[in-house]
Design a binder for this molecule. Structure first.
Ligand code: PLP
Length: 393
């Protein structure tokens, strides 16, 4: 039976998707089924760290698929053991639990903190999280998120999340009570529109959580694995968290996430946590290939250089069209549009011109290209965006 590729009626409508069907990707480029090519600065929502179909990921997937796909989470497998060692060798955290999505990794972090609170903090379970924060779409991680409207969408929320404004250390201090077990934040709030936690705030949080005996949990799902020009976003601030979650870039496009914690915090006992697909060798082999690529000599220097180029180009566009500030770090950048033009309108016009960018809020464009994006591709994107803005303003 011939299936009409553009008949989307069998899919649940979970977002407004354009009438496009993508069939092929390579590096910074995507092709649709009509043969049209797009310069992709969304990259699967900041997941394709090495771009579309990079040779390292294709090799890891195909070789692992031909060797061992899933040995069961009840057994160790070589790729999973290797990836765990690789990750802990790059930070001060000691152990890893693998998951399949960012939300699931954060769900694990919440469980770990609650269990740790039960064992070491007299049953404390509340977490301080931040207005605008985004931690995933399970019920608990939605409850942890500070996205406007989410408190009502699937009410009632999970109890135990207290929201305070980002970069307000006094508000965090005032929100701490005997039931508080942890503070959880993104080093840069990505989905909210790319709002960085300030260095002094992150350092103050580290000191405050230490002083009060609380866990500092960093959600590095969007900022981790080189996105900001360092392997982990917190490394810009010379601190170490107690717990960290990774996803997106870690899998280079495949579903892979990780929860990492300091030895003293690792209080899961057999049976407390798990999942059928968790830590499967197929995904773990890809994770190894991605982490090896991102930590290879010179890789992060190139991310920093491309990030600086993109920032400078966006600042020139902002000055030319009277737009707002450029926010973010490395290759996670946003351009504030002000009220001269709407983000969704620019996104649509850009797509029609063959450029994929994202508007996380109506007054903001977000750029999350492959970490391997070339100088020429950034120049090309800036030129295309300039033409779109010139036509729109
Ligand atoms: N945390 C952060 C900071 C994110 O940006 C996201 C996704 O955008 C998530 C968690 C959820 O990850 P996932 O969509 O893989 O569940």
């Amino acid at each position: 039976m011939a299936i009409a590729t553009h008949d989307f009626s069998a899919l649940m409508e979970i977002t407004h998707r354009p009438d496009l069907v993508f069939v092929r990707g390579e590096g910074s480029w995507l092709w649709d089924d009509r043969g049209r090519r797009y310069l992709d600065f969304i990259q699967g929502w900041a997941v394709n760290a090495l771009g579309h179909c990079p040779p390292e990921v294709v090799k890891a997937l195909t070789e692992q698929a031909a060797t061992l796909i899933n040995a069961s989470p009840a057994f160790h497998n070589a790729a999973g053991v290797r990836l765990a060692r690789l990750l802990v060798s790059h930070c001060a955290l000691d152990r890893v639990f693998f998951a399949n999505s960012g939300a699931e990794a954060n769900e694990g972090a919440i469980k770990l903190a609650r269990k740790w609170g039960r064992l070491h903090r007299g049953g404390a379970y509340r977490m301080i999280t931040f207005d605008g924060g985004f931690h995933g779409r399970t019920i608990a991680t939605m409850s942890a998120s500070g996205k406007p409207g989410w408190d009502r969408l699937y009410a009632p929320q999970v109890d135990g999340f207290v929201k305070v404004p980002l970069n307000d250390l006094g508000a965090v201090a005032r929100a701490i009570d005997a039931q508080t077990v942890a503070v959880m934040l993104e080093p840069i709030q990505g989905e909210a529109g790319v709002f960085p936690a300030e260095r002094a705030f992150v350092q103050g949080l580290r000191a405050l959580t230490r002083e009060r005996g609380l866990l500092l949990i960093l959600d590095e799902i969007q900022t981790g694995i080189g996105r900001t020009g360092r392997l982990f976003g917190y490394q810009h601030h010379d601190i170490e968290p107690d717990v960290m979650t990774l996803a997106k870039g870690l899998g280079g496009g495949v579903p892979l996430a990780a929860l990492l914690a300091r030895e003293e915090v690792c209080c899961f006992e057999p049976g407390d946590q798990g999942g059928t697909f968790n830590g499967n060798p197929l995904m773990a082999a890809v994770g190894c290939a991605v982490v090896e690529a991102v930590t290879a000599p010179g890789f992060l220097d190139r991310v920093v250089a491309r990030g600086a180029q993109l920032r400078a180009g966006l600042e020139i566009l902002s000055a030319r069209f009277g737009l707002g500030a450029v926010r973010g770090e490395g290759l996670l950048l946003a351009l504030a549009l002000g009220d001269r033009v709407s983000g969704p309108d620019v996104v649509t016009a850009a797509r029609e011109a063959g450029l994929l960018v994202n508007a996380p809020r109506p007054d903001t464009l977000r750029f999350m290209p492959a970490l391997t994006v070339s100088r020429e591709e950034i120049d090309q994107m800036l030129a295309m965006l300039g033409e779109v803005l010139a036509a729109a303003i």
